[in-house]
Design a binder for this molecule. Structure first.
Ligand code: RB5
Length: 148
């Protein structure tokens, strides 16, 4: 199950990515927003990120105008490693090396077809499991507040 969330700036791209996920037979849960009316990205990023952090959703994809607000918000949630991405190389490496569990995309930055390639690449790339990458991720996790 993939968690999805957007603000108004990412709403249209989120809908396009739902089409891709349907084609890929990937199940998703949409945490909103449900309209193109202006809203605040954190309101929708937090429940989606919490669902990923709790293991209710395996991975999550967030959308706002730039992806930046969603990315900053998601990375405040303990257990979340969110990558702000506008290219396929970063999408693949962020999974293989950083074991990212959320992807943030900018609906005003990337076109629909590039976004679809990024999402497909990110979903289809697995964490390498290499010890050096596990060690580096553990160093990130050690920075999280215990009560975060
Ligand atoms: C909304 O105008 C815009 O600021 C938001 O979608 C996002 O880009 C923020 O990071």
């Amino acid at each position: 199950m993939i968690a999805l969330a957007s603000d108004h700036g990412g709403f249209a791209l989120k809908n396009e990515i739902k089409v891709l996920l349907n084609v890929m037979s990937v199940a998703y849960r949409d945490f909103g927003t449900d309209t193109a009316e202006p809203c605040d990205y954190a309101v929708f990023a937090v429940p989606a990120a919490q669902a990923v952090a709790r293991g209710e959703c395996e991975l999550g994809i967030l959308f706002c105008g730039t992806g930046a607000g969603m990315n900053c918000t998601a990375n405040k949630i303990k257990g979340i490693r969110c990558v702000l991405c506008s290219d396929c190389f970063t999408a693949a490496m962020s999974r293989a090396h950083n074991d990212t569990n959320m992807l943030a995309l900018g609906g005003r930055v990337v076109g629909v077809e590039l976004a679809k390639m990024i999402v497909k690449t990110w979903l289809e790339t697995e964490f390498s499991g290499d010890e050096r990458h596990k060690r580096r991720i553990a160093q990130i996790s050690a920075l999280e507040r215990p009560d975060g």
